[in-house]
Design a protein around this ligand. Structure first.
Ligand code: G3P
Ligand code: CA
Length: 246
């Protein structure tokens, strides 16, 4: 069985502040096969890489991302909060796309919802990918089925993941036609490991988040998961390789 590809979740975010260029550069250095990022729109419509709705957890700023202009967002430090952190600039998606273009890794871009500007984020993402002439290296993801559907209509050639916090109506393994991969949290597989097989039989490979512990890495490897998103790419790779030897 093929080993899962290792996707660096928010960059190498155990060892560097998430969504900083340093976190992504370290992930590449550690040999990640893919990178994951979350995107939001600033008040003036720029795509920025920030996970939370607000700035509190990952910067020295305050306020809601969508209520501030790019210039206002850029005034804050996005690195010093982290235990291995140093001052770091806000990461805009354009910078990350430039980095990805210089490599052969895949970039898994997650649009966050619900948001003030609804599906404007998917429209802007499609524009950015066209501007950078990137499609083969990109996978779009969201927990919002509407977001994935809207994106697929605008960019039919780009692969998509429907992220799932619980299986609910997707328990059978089948997904709507706009989703290529299924994206359960690892907690879903701990409770229902057979789901990977059901999804595969319905034609969908699996992307699993967030896979850091030795037990979770072994579970995903044994189930034949296609992609594991991890905060610690080098360690996860090491665990996968060690597992192969057992
Ligand atoms: O990779 C998908 C995963 O990142 C979804 O959860 O909250 O970390 O964005 P979250
Ligand atoms: Ca994410």
């Amino acid at each position: 069985m093929q080993q899962p590809s290792v996707v660096a979740h928010r960059g190498a975010s155990t060892d560097r502040p998430e969504h900083t260029i340093g976190a992504y550069e370290l992930a590449l250095k550690e040999g990640a096969d893919g990178l994951e990022c979350d995107i939001r729109l600033s008040r003036d419509g720029e795509i920025v890489c920030v996970h939370d709705r607000t700035l509190t957890r990952t910067s020295n700023g305050r306020g809601t991302v969508s209520a501030l202009s790019l210039e206002e967002l850029q005034k804050f430090d996005y690195g010093s909060w982290h235990r291995h952190g140093q001052p770091a600039e806000l990461l805009v998606l354009d910078q990350l796309l430039e980095l990805v273009k210089s490599t052969n890794v895949q970039l898994f871009v997650e649009t966050k919802h619900p948001v003030r500007y609804r599906n404007e984020i998917e429209r802007k993402l499609v524009e950015a990918l066209k501007r950078h002439e990137l499609d083969k290296q990109i996978v779009m993801m969201s927990f919002s089925p509407t977001a994935v559907k809207v994106f697929r209509e605008m960019a039919p050639d780009i692969r998509t993941v429907l992220l799932l916090d619980r299986l609910a109506r997707y328990r059978s393994g089948a997904l709507p036609s706009f989703a290529d991969y299924t994206g359960p949290g690892v907690h879903v597989l701990r409770n229902d490991p057979d789901y990977v097989d059901r999804a595969r039989r319905a034609g969908h490979e699996t992307y699993v988040w967030t896979v850091d512990s030795p037990e979770d890495v072994a579970l995903c490897r044994d189930l034949g998961v296609r992609y594991v998103a991890t905060n610690a790419p080098a360690n996860t790779r090491r665990l996968l390789t060690a597992n192969l030897a057992t």
